[in-house]
Ligand binder design. Structure first.
Ligand SMILES: NC(=O)c1ccc[n+]([C@@H]2O[C@H](COP(=O)([O-])OP(=O)(O)OC[C@H]3O[C@@H](n4cnc5c(N)ncnc54)[C@H](O)[C@@H]3O)[C@@H](O)[C@H]2O)c1
Length: 349
């Protein structure tokens, strides 16, 4: 398996080192070789060379079996141009239309909610990943003056909405789930989100064993905190998915715990922790590597290496259960030591 590794900026470097260590350990235990190619694309690389990624960068990425990214974002690049090109660019150019973000509490102790534990916090969010407000259609008129007009359009296409909603139902069916909830803001956004309503109603009847429900995104944000146990699969647009999966990260014990996949089923896909580069924590051996490590497990699972993925997940669960973690989730280990501990727990089933 050939994997491109873009550690990126800030704590992206710290957590990627641990994710790679754990991946290699799983390879050793299961007798499988992973060929990792480290790509230097980052703020440092951009500031040194003026290049965010090479002209054939997306083509290079397409030739790998999978891509792993740490995090991108650096205060020295105020417009985050490199992050936009590398991360958003890959989502668009590789057409990674599914943003898959599981929200699973690994230990009751980490729940931020009173009287809610593992049984209540276990669902997945599918975020549309190639449209919405992220395509940056719009413009500014009279910029910098008191008469400034700023327009940012939200793009919703039948194709884009249909394929993410269908993916959410297919996933639910394949994993024995019985509920899919679609969240939009169709009461206020009467054009774009009418399309989400139409497509959801069109697709749902093809899945008779699954109850299809709808919530406005503001209500869903409230229910995620009051009653997360009602959800199994949530599907929503790019912006709302971005926001509610940060709530999801908090429900798992913190952003450092959350993993994600940017997928185009059957093609090269990209895996990354949900968190950003957290510049104040960078290089201090304090960042939690679990989100990155679980993203690696997701990468392996997607590429059919299920035993390796399960073994990594079990090792992470053991570390959390035994309190052998970084301080953000109550442990006393550094980033490297937390990674080392997880390596010691990787076993053949
Ligand atoms: N996918 C990405 O690469 C991505 C995602 C979000 C933000 N960003 C970028 O990252 C930079 C910083 O953004 P931000 O501060 O809003 O978000 P962030 O996720 O980097 O950090 C927010 C806070 O969450 C906590 N946190 C995050 N990850 C953690 C970890 N692994 N271990 C322990 N604590 C952790 C820290 O307290 C941190 O201050 C910005 O440049 C932003 O654009 C990148």
């Amino acid at each position: 398996m050939r994997i491109a590794v873009i550690a990126g900026d800030g704590i992206g470097q710290d957590v990627t080192a641990e994710a790679v260590k754990v991946l290699q350990a799983a390879g050793r235990v299961f007798g499988r070789t992973f060929h990792l190619e480290h790509l230097p694309w980052s703020a440092d690389h951009y500031l040194k060379t003026g290049e965010t990624l090479p002209a054939n960068g997306y083509q290079m990425l397409r030739e790998f079996d999978a891509i792993f990214v740490g995090a991108l974002g650096d205060p020295r690049v105020p417009d985050n141009r490199h992050a936009r090109d590398i991360l958003l660019g890959s989502r668009f150019e590789l057409d990674l239309y599914v943003n898959y973000r599981p929200v699973r509490l690994l230990d009751d102790r980490l729940s931020p909610l009173k009287n809610r534990g593992r049984a209540d916090i276990d669902f997945v969010v599918f975020r549309e990943n190639t449209e919405g407000v992220y395509v940056s259609v719009g413009g500014r008129f009279k910029a910098g003056t008191d008469d400034e007009v700023a327009i940012q359009e939200e793009i919703n296409t039948y194709k884009g909405v249909h394929r993410i909603i269908r993916h959410a139902f297919d996933y639910a069916q394949a994993h024995g789930h019985t509920k899919v909830c679609m969240a939009d803001k169709s009461n206020a956004m009467q054009q774009g989100h009418a399309l989400w309503q139409r497509v959801f109603k069109e697709v749902a009847p093809s899945y008779p064993g699954i109850t299809a429900t709808h919530q406005y995104i503001d209500a869903l944000a409230m229910f995620l905190v009051r009653d997360p146990g009602q959800y199994q699969v949530i599907v929503t647009n790019n912006l709302f998915g971005d926001i509610i999966t940060d709530i999801g990260g908090a429900l798992q014990g913190g952003l450092g715990m959350a993993a994600s996949g940017n997928l185009h089923p059957g093609r090269t896909s990209l895996f990354e922790p949900v968190h950003g580069s957290a510049p104040p924590l960078a290089g201090k051996n304090v960042a939690n590597p679990i989100g990155a490590i679980l993203s690696c497990a997701m990468l392996l699972e997607t590429r059919g290496a299920r035993d390796e993925a399960r073994a990594i997940e079990a090792a992470v669960e053991a570390a959390v259960r035994e309190g052998q973690t970084t301080a953000d989730i109550g442990g006393s280990l550094g980033t490297r030591e937390a990674g080392d501990f997880i390596v010691t727990r990787i076993k053949e089933p």
